[in-house]
Design a protein around this ligand. Structure first.
Ligand code: MF3
Ligand code: CO
Length: 253
């Protein structure tokens, strides 16, 4: 069952998702060679709480951290820990914020210092795949339009989209209906309606689309150990098109 949000509820999600975006902006300059993923987790949790939010992921299905920190071939759900980032790594940071009854969710893949040209291309293509999916969002469009736009751009550049993990509706719960695959056919699937709020999140591998989960029960890696990227926005459906809720707040904090 897809829960439609009132305009007031959409504004609450904008506040939560805005804090998510500000947290990612805040973390950006800390993503440097030598920093550990645990330090990034601590910084994120403190920033979220100082700004009146609660980390959505902390305690979710027993998850013990405030962010997911996925390095290189780790696709999503990487666990923060003592690993220090090295020049040339890429790190996907996923952040969720709960505040006043509503969640926001967003992710970005950051370069650690200078990175290889092929790695930078994967990041650029995955971000652009997200934005092409987002651009399809409009009342009356189909969910398959979003999925197909994401897949087409990633595959056009020779990359693969992960099949087994999807985006999702978001609101009072972190994960609501509908599921949003990052592959599919235009013109099919759920008809989008004003008041739907979607977390769209392509996960793209430089190699094959197959993934595996590590022994820790969380970390998802590419099966062929190829580099992976992940970008996510929380987006509201309107008559006029997409309303991206996970944008940094302009006034700062
Ligand atoms: N942001 C992830 C998603 O969109 C959630 C991470 S799972 C958690 O599904 F356990 F870390 F919360
Ligand atoms: Co999500």
């Amino acid at each position: 069952m897809i829960r439609l949000k009132t305009p007031t509820e959409v504004e609450e999600i904008r506040r939560s998702a805005g804090l998510v975006a500000d947290t990612l902006e805040y973390l950006g300059p800390h993503v440097q060679p030598g920093v550990t993923t645990r330090e990034l987790d601590r910084l994120a949790e403190a920033f979220i709480r100082q700004n009146g939010g609660v980390p959505s992921f902390l305690g979710y299905r027993g998850y013990k951290y405030s962010i997911c920190a996925s390095v290189n071939d780790e696709v999503v759900h990487g666990l923060p820990g003592p690993r220090a980032l090295k020049e040339g790594d890429v790190i996907s940071i996923d952040v969720g914020v709960y505040r006043n009854g509503f969640h926001g969710d967003a992710a970005r893949t950051f370069p650690v210092g200078p990175i290889r040209l092929d790695a930078q291309k994967l990041l650029d293509v995955t971000r652009e795949s997200l934005m092409r999916g987002v651009a399809q969002v409009k009342s009356g469009a189909r969910l398959g339009d979003v999925s197909a736009a994401i897949q087409a751009h990633a595959e056009h550049h020779g990359f693969s989209v992960v099949r087994s993990l999807v985006g999702h509706g978001i609101g009072r719960d972190l994960h609501e209906d509908p599921q949003i695959p990052n592959f599919g056919r235009a013109g099919v699937g759920v008809v989008l309606k004003t008041g739907m709020v979607l977390a769209i999140e392509p996960m793209v591998n430089a190699g094959g689309w197959e993934v595996e989960t590590l022994e820790d029960g969380w970390t998802v890696v590419s099966a062929d150990s190829s580099l992976a990227a992940h970008f996510e926005h929380t987006v509201a459906v309107t008559e006029d098109g997409p309303d991206i809720l996970s944008l940094p707040t302009t006034r700062g904090r």
